[in-house]
Design a protein around this ligand. Structure first.
Ligand code: GNR
Ligand code: NI
Length: 169
């Protein structure tokens, strides 16, 4: 089932999510729905908070369905390594129509559970590293706009507020 994606301003997007205690069938259904929702959008990642669930779960596929091996689901992910630096353009399904350059480490290693509840450790570089960090931010209640400073941030926040006021957000 495709679930609606919440937009910047929805409370659950701006609060930290709680760890998953048990990988129950409900969690597996949620992950299946998140994968469908990510592909339908289309996007390269999706965090549970974006579909209104305050749990530490995300899915990612930088091939957007072209390569089955690229699909990743993480439950309770944690950083084990982070190094380097990359400056690239970033967008978010919860902030449609906006993008900005965000500084991120160029390589990360994440550890957590897969969708069956088994431990997994995955390394990401380049776009995958960026995607992993973007989704980790979502689990901590942070959206890429929160990583911006000064005029760039103010401009996007101001435009979102205006759209919301006009009922176009
Ligand atoms: O689809 C997405 N593209 C993207 C591009 C650059 C950096 C991060 C991303 S993640 C985003 C999907 C999304 O909002 N995930 O939370
Ligand atoms: Ni996002």
């Amino acid at each position: 089932m495709i679930r609606p994606i919440l937009r910047h301003g929805a409370e659950v997007l701006h609060a930290p999510a709680a760890p998953v205690v048990d990988v129950t069938p409900d969690v597996q259904t949620l992950i299946d729905d998140m994968i469908q929702t990510m592909y339908a959008a289309p996007g390269i990642g999706l965090a549970a908070t974006q579909v209104g669930v305050a749990k530490r779960i995300f899915v990612a596929d930088i091939s957007v369905g072209r390569n089955a091996a690229d699909l990743v689901a993480f439950i309770n992910p944690e950083f084990v390594e982070r190094d380097g630096m990359q400056l690239e353009d970033e967008g978010c399904l919860s902030v449609p129509g906006f993008n900005a350059t965000v500084a991120r480490p160029s390589r990360v290693v994440l550890k957590g559970l897969d969708r069956h509840g088994h431990e997994q450790t995955i390394e990401g570089t380049g776009l995958l590293a960026r995607c992993f960090q973007h989704e980790m931010d979502h689990l901590d209640g942070m959206v890429f706009v929160d990583r911006l400073r000064g005029l760039q941030k103010d401009l996007i926040v101001r435009k979102i507020k205006k759209l919301a006021r006009l009922g176009k957000w």
